[in-house]
Design a protein around this ligand. Sequence first.
Ligand code: SAM
Length: 209
Amino acid sequence: MSKKTSIVLDKLAEYEAAKRSTQPLYDEWSQTYEQDLVGNLGYTGHLIAANALASVAPNKGASIIDIGCGTGLVGQKLKALGYLRIDGIDISEAMLNVARPKAIYNKLLSGDLMKTTVIEAGAYQAAVCAGSFAPGHLGPECYPEIIRMVQSGSPIVIFMNGAHFVEDGYQAHIDRLAQSGIWTVIEIKAFNYMNALERPGRLIVARKC
Ligand SMILES: C[S@@+](CC[C@H](N)C(=O)[O-])C[C@H]1O[C@@H](n2cnc3c(N)ncnc32)[C@H](O)[C@@H]1O
């Protein structure tokens, strides 16, 4: 791993440990994010999430919201898989500015997903998110906001770090929503998501009731 990549990962870990909003970090990191994560570390979270969405959302014309879309890695893979109607939302304007010229997304929205967003209820037929649930990013409290954005019967695919999944009690939040009849869980599966590191992740696939 290069010295610069290791410095940015250490910084990210500091923000997460302090549970401090990572927006300034992503604003600063945006220009080299893809080189550090995909190029140097072999990050595959975006591929895992996009492939999982494809397995539960066969309609390539479905309207999809990419939650915490960053520089557009998930959208890029979805476009390659043939999806035609993808929007993205992220808190970091600098990350969105990297995504914009790729011309993958119909709309790119700036917003904090820990609050109610400008997105109308039931606006989308699927939601996908890779790498954006973690301390200082999104937490399980924003599941209701994501569920609000999609229509009944829509798939919701989330890929996240496995250590945070366990430490922050995500399973209990997921089960509570299932017990309340808000979504049904299709699968929860473990994957390593960095080719250059041992970095276990969790894929969560659910469907809004
Ligand atoms: C690790 S990146 C993942 C980006 C992209 N999904 C990927 O797989 O490359 C996390 C993203 O979450 C965004 N983010 C963090 N907190 C957020 C919040 N409260 N609301 C919206 N986006 C947030 C960051 O700006 C960043 O772009």
